[in-house]
Design a binder for this molecule. Structure first.
Ligand code: ZN
Ligand code: ZN
Length: 183
């Protein structure tokens, strides 16, 4: 098998973890990981940490290959899956061979994000949908911040208070109607 990134380099047996073998490229340091092997590893060496999306510190330097990759096994195109909203890194997957391609540093990135046991989840529609949802929420937050400026925080607190209030409906009606006792 040849490296899907370098094309001319062979993929040689390597290890992402002591008990997690993969096929790596010595030139670009990318690795082809069979998901079957991965799942066995994830089940055996699972951790209780349940933090799906977290901040990435500045020192994470994972390569991200923008071009479409061809699966070293079946020569079909691999599909890119976003890891999270605070990183541009994407993991490539060949759905036919069930093999994932990790660019150099991407395994370390997964570990830093504490999602090294959730690699299979990244390839699910649920994970990708949640990323889009979070991104949309973030987009609206930015829009409102620009629109309301410093008042946005106050407005948010007020809305939270109102949502919980037993007289919410009446209060909303009051807010929406102009005061009939004022000229
Ligand atoms: Zn390579
Ligand atoms: Zn394939």
């Amino acid at each position: 098998m040849k490296c899907p990134t370098c094309n001319d380099q062979p993929l040689l047996p390597t290890k992402l973890e002591e008990q997690l073998p993969a096929n790596g490229c010595r030139q670009c340091e990318g690795a082809l990981l069979p998901l079957l092997t991965y799942r066995q590893w994830a089940e055996t060496y699972s951790v209780s940490a349940d933090i799906p999306l977290c901040e990435i510190s500045e020192d994470t330097a994972a390569a991200e290959n923008g071009k479409a990759l061809v699966c070293p096994k079946c020569s079909g195109f691999m599909t890119k899956f976003r890891i999270g909203n605070n990183t541009d890194n994407r993991v490539d997957l060949c759905g036919s061979c069930d093999e994932a391609w990790l660019d150099s540093g991407e395994w370390q990135l997964l570990k830093q994000l504490e999602i090294q046991h959730k690699l299979s989840n990244i390839f699910t529609e649920e994970w990708q949908r949640r990323l889009r949802k979070d991104q949309a929420r973030e987009h609206f937050r930015t829009e409102y911040e620009q629109l309301f400026g410093d008042d946005y925080g106050r407005l948010q607190a007020f809305r939270e208070w109102l949502t919980e209030h037993p007289q919410k409906t009446d209060m909303l009606r009051y807010l929406n109607n102009s005061d009939p006792y004022q000229a």
